[in-house]
Design a protein around this ligand. Structure first.
Ligand SMILES: [Fe+2]
Length: 424
C-alpha cells in the first residue's frame, strides 16, 4: 500500500521569495517542507518566480536527472530531502520511499522552482525538492525514486544517520578544492568511495566560478551518483562566490551558509568565511559556533570552513580574521578537528588552545585539505603549529570511535602521507 502524504500548498507554500541573495537567514533553522528559492530568477514582469507546489503536469522531457540528497535538518536521522532536475515545464515533485527491510511505501509531495537564465554557460532549469521532515527512522535504509506518475527516476538507496548519541562508530571522508580539474576530482571521489565512508565533508571551492553552470555540470558528472546515496556536507568556498547555483543545487539546513548537522555521535558545523560583511564572521557565526558547541551533548565535534585559521602555506597565509573570531570558540567548545581548504596542500597543526600547543584531547587540531583537483601550491614556512605540510593531491579517511578518532591521509595512488589520532 502506498500512503500519500500530500502537503497543503496553503500550509507550506513559501510566502516570500528572497531575491536579494543577502538575507537567506529567514529560513527556519530546522526542517520545514518549505523550499528555499534562490535569488536571480525573474519572470517576464521582472518579479521573482516563486516555488511551484507539486502538480501532475509533465513537460516534454519530464524524466528526473541529477538526483541528490539534501539535509534540511540538524537531525539527519529523521529528516532528509531529495533534489532533482527536469525540463522547466514539469511540475511533478514527488518522492516515493520504502524501507529496504520492509514496511509501508510512502509518497511525499514537494515543490519546484526555476533557476538560471542570463548567467554564464547555462539556460533555465527546474529544480525539484521534497523535504521529508521527521518522516524517517534512524539508521534505516530506504529505497526511493523521484518524479511522479509517468516520469519516475530509477530507484536509489540511502541510509539515514544513526540516532544522535547512539555511540555507533562512524567513518568520514574529507576533501576540498576540486575547482578546475574534475578528472582529478573523479579520482578523489572513487578513491574515497573505495573506503565506504558513512559521511563526506568538503571544505569548499568545488568549482572555479560558482556562477558558471557549465562547471557545475562537470563537477556533478565527476561526482557521479554519490550525492544520491550518501550525505555530503560542504562548506561554501570563495570560488562558489555566493552564487545561486550553489544554494539551488544543494540542500543544507537553515540558511545553507552556516549550519549544524548531527550524524550519530558527530556534530558537524558547516561555516562560510566568504561573507557579505565582516559581522558575519566576528559576530553572527562566532555566536553560532559558541551556541552550537555549548548546546550539543554529542561527544564528537568537527567543523569545516574554507579559508584556514591556521596555515603554514604562504599562498594565502592564515586568515587572521577567522582565527581571531572562531578559534577561541572552537577551542572553548572542544571541537576536536576543524577542516579548511583554500591553500591547495595538505597540512595539519598540533592541538591548539588559546594560541599555544596543548596535549592531545585539550585543544583543536586544524587541518587544511585543499588537494582535490585545484592547482597545488608549494611554498610553506616553518611554523610552531605545523606538524605536516605536503603539496599533494589527497583525501582523508577518519574512523571515529568511542574515545578516539583516527585519520589516514592518502595520495591518489593510495600511499599514506599522514596518520594521526585525536582524543575526545
Ligand atoms: Fe579558495
Amino acid at each position: 500500500m502506498i500512503v500519500l502524504l500530500a502537503l497543503s500548498a496553503c500550509d507550506f507554500f513559501p510566502e516570500s521569495t528572497d531575491t536579494s541573495g543577502t538575507d537567506t537567514g529567514a529560513l527556519p533553522s530546522d526542517c520545514s517542507p518549505e523550499v528555499f528559492v534562490p535569488w536571480g530568477t525573474l519572470g517576464a514582469d521582472g518579479a521573482p518566480v516563486p516555488a511551484s507546489a507539486h502538480s501532475e503536469t509533465l513537460g516534454a522531457e519530464p524524466s528526473p536527472y541529477a538526483v541528490r540528497l539534501g539535509w534540511p535538518s540538524r537531525d539527519a536521522s529523521r529528516s532528509a530531502s531529495m533534489l532533482w532536475r527536469t525540463d522547466v515545464d514539469t511540475l511533478a515533485s514527488v518522492v516515493e520511499l520504502t524501507p529496504v527491510d520492509g514496511g509501508e511505501t510512502v509518497r511525499v509531495e514537494g515543490y519546484s522552482f526555476l533557476f538560471g537564465s542570463g548567467t554564464i554557460g547555462e539556460g533555465l532549469y527546474r529544480i525539484h525538492e521534497v523535504r521529508l521532515c521527521g518522516l524517517l527512522q534512524p539508521g534505516t535504509s530506504y529505497s526511493y525514486r523521484v518524479g511522479g506518475e509517468g516520469a519516475w527516476s530509477d530507484s536509489t538507496t540511502f541510509t539515514t544517520a544513526p540516532e544522535p548519541g547512539s555511540g555507533q562508530p562512524l567513518r568520514v571522508a574529507i576533501a576540498g578544492d576540486s575547482r578546475g580539474d574534475y578528472s582529478t576530482w573523479a579520482t578523489v571521489v572513487s578513491s574515497m568511495e573505495s573506503h565506504s565512508p558513512d559521511l563526506y565533508i568538503f571544505s569548499g571551492d568545488m568549482v572555479e566560478l560558482g556562477a558558471n553552470q557549465a562547471e557545475w555540470e562537470s563537477w556533478f558528472e565527476a561526482t557521479g551518483d554519490l550525492l544520491a546515496r550518501k550525505p555530503f556536507l560542504a562548506a561554501h568556498g570563495n570560488h562558489e562566490f555566493l552564487a545561486q547555483h550553489y544554494f539551488a543545487q544543494f540542500g543544507f539546513p537553515g540558511n545553507e551558509e552556516w549550519y549544524a548537522v548531527e550524524w550519530g555521535d558527530l556534530l558537524v558545523l558547516g561555516l562560510n568565511d566568504t561573507v557579505r560583511s565582516e559581522e558575519e564572521i566576528d559576530s553572527t557565526q562566532r555566536q553560532f559556533i559558541e551556541t552550537e558547541l555549548a548546546a550539543t551533548a554529542l561527544p564528537w565535534r568537527f567543523a569545516t570552513h574554507h579559508q584556514p585559521a591556521w596555515s603554514a602555506c604562504t599562498a594565502h597565509d592564515s586568515n587572521l580574521d577567522v582565527r581571531e573570531a572562531w578559534s577561541p570558540a572552537f577551542e572553548a567548545g572542544r571541537a576536536q578537528v576543524v577542516f579548511a581548504g583554500h591553500n591547495h596542500i595538505y597540512e595539519r597543526s598540533v592541538p591548539i588552545r588559546d594560541g599555544s600547543e596543548v596535549p592531545d584531547g585539550q585543544g583543536t587540531v586544524y587541518v587544511v585539505s585543499g588537494g582535490a583537483g585545484a592547482p597545488l601550491y608549494t611554498s610553506t614556512e616553518d611554523s610552531w603549529w605545523n606538524v605536516k605540510a605536503n603539496s599533494i593531491e589527497h583525501y582523508i579517511i577518519g574512523d571515529i570511535g568511542a574515545d578516539s578518532a583516527s585519520f589516514v591521509v592518502r595520495d591518489l595512488s593510495g600511499n599514506i602521507i599522514d596518520e594521526f589520532t585525536v582524543s575526545r
